[in-house]
Design a binder for this molecule. Sequence first.
Ligand code: C2E
Ligand code: CA
Ligand code: CA
Length: 623
Amino acid sequence: MRNKRFYTFLHHQIPVMIALSIFPGLGYLLLGWLNGIFMPAFVWYLLIVVESLWGASLYRGFDFDTMSESRRESWYQRLSWFYYLFMLLWVLIFLLYVGHDSQKLHYIAIFTEIGASVVAAALLASDRRLFRPCILIMMVPLIIYFFFIGEWYGYVLTAFACTLAWVLLYAANSSNSLLMQADYQASHDMLTGMYNRHYFIDHLQKRMNSLRESGGFAYLLLIDLDHFKTINDSLGHDIGDLLLQQISVRLQNQLSGNIVLARLGGDEFILVGDTFSAPEPCSEAAISISEKLIATLKETYMVEQHHLYISASIGVSIVSGRSANANNFIKEADIAMYEVKAKGRDGVFMFNEEMSDRVERNLEIERLLHFALSNNEITLHYQPQVDCAGKVVGAEVLARWNNPVIGPVPPDKFITIAEQTGLIIELGKYILETGFTTLREWCEAGITLEQFSINISMRQLIHHDFIEQVEALVQSHLCSDLCGKVVFEITESVVAEDIERVISIMERLKKIGIRFSMDDFGTGYSSLNYLNRLPIDEIKIDRSFVSALGRNEGDQTMVATILKMAAIFKLSVVAEGVETADQFDFLLCNECNLFQGYYFSKPLAKDQFEVYCKDRLEPIKQA
Ligand code: C2E
Ligand code: CA
Ligand code: CA
């Protein structure tokens, strides 16, 4: 397994090998001088010095992260020759000493061979292609030497030397197996046996270096399973794990040998494909392989009597030499993958600059949002809610953000970012506090509303001190009468959360008089079952249904059905997004209680709302 660790390990052995030759080599030089073989010993030492210099240049010439695969391969070939030659040089000094009459030199030569074999077995254990020949290069001359002594003890020593050679090979092999095993564990995902993130990033870095040199392109696919969490949560992690194993087998079966596939973690997989000479065919290949993968993944799975279905969202990025950092390409594929998720999942998207600009803009919004509260850039608008007679009975609080640099940012946008970054906690608190203050001031000014609706995002609702926060704000700003007018609008995304926990939070807040409304009703996942279980007081028919009223008969039936159902569940209903008299009439005829929309008024600043209310103390007459 030739990964970064493999190369780095061999790279580290170069100076050790040089030091173990240069310094002891001086001793051999001295011995040669004392025994009248200075010249050959000197030539040998010169060779050691030359070889060491070569080693030093190999050592300096290595940088895993910037070397292409072919350069690394050629470096490795030279390194192998470097080690073989070193061993041969030690055989040379052995031959020189045993060729001399002095018995003492023979002893030293024998020790030298054994010592060098042990060094080779220990330092080169990570690579079978190196330690096996090196041990043999060192031990075979020794064995031959013992054999040719021709005396009985020579044969005994031959047998001992053979045994020692075997032991060294065996020990180095065992260390090698352990290293390989540790290496496998460090580079593979234990559940699926695929490569892991660590290995993949290394590999991608290598590919990028090669692509930079060749000017080629390769595709990177980031595959994220859709709604995998639901399977894990509903059927348990064991089933989830088995499913992941089946998925990994399917993915691997679809890919040819030179495509490297890895599990990034959780339900995310990543692969880097073949090399192309131009970006267009590369993109085409990426889309076609993605479609093939999605189709395969969508076939039914059989996991312990469960028939499971799953789809995937794939983000594609084109890898080339344009960036030095592998993570940049993964980030691009990630952005494209999130685009697929945002567009309804189960599909493939190619990263493009426009996406990246959007991400940049979102990051800029995120940065500026951090200062928006302290700079007083967030204000609240209030949209009137009217009854059947057109009398203002309530208001919905809607946040507005106008930044001096980037201008007004729509709430859908900054609220989403605030939710993602956690800023919603602080922002939500500000909205609650400002809203409560307005409600009290209006009450004091004689603008009495029956209800006052505030949007609460899910992350805010389930935050650990939300209840305490609301209780404290209610206590300092509202009397119990006013608190009874507060309605928290939550969305159907609650059902994706721990529903028991959500219910208990809602129950606690209902104790202090707060009511709940299900916002954007009909657009999400909520089932009748949830509607029955959640302590909801009101539903808001989503404006997409209201706006389709005049055009689509199906939507008329839908709205009429929602209204009938609400009556059965004893829920009040607000129709939002009412823009025309026809829509209002239809809703009136179907016994809707409350109405909100541009037909009555757009969201208004606080003072405008006050003016609007004063004009509508008497019910307005409808045509
Ligand atoms: P939402 O809660 O569904 O709010 C209603 C949205 O519909 C508002 O958009 C409102 O201006 C718009 N609207 C009202 N009547 C009409 C109409 O007749 N026609 C049309 N086309 N639109 C109408 P806005 O203010 O842009 O808010 C968008 C979303 O941002 C809100 O949707 C809500 O989800 C979120 N949001 C706004 N303020 C807050 C807030 O203070 N906290 C939280 N958590 N979310 C907020
Ligand atoms: Ca709302
Ligand atoms: Ca809504």
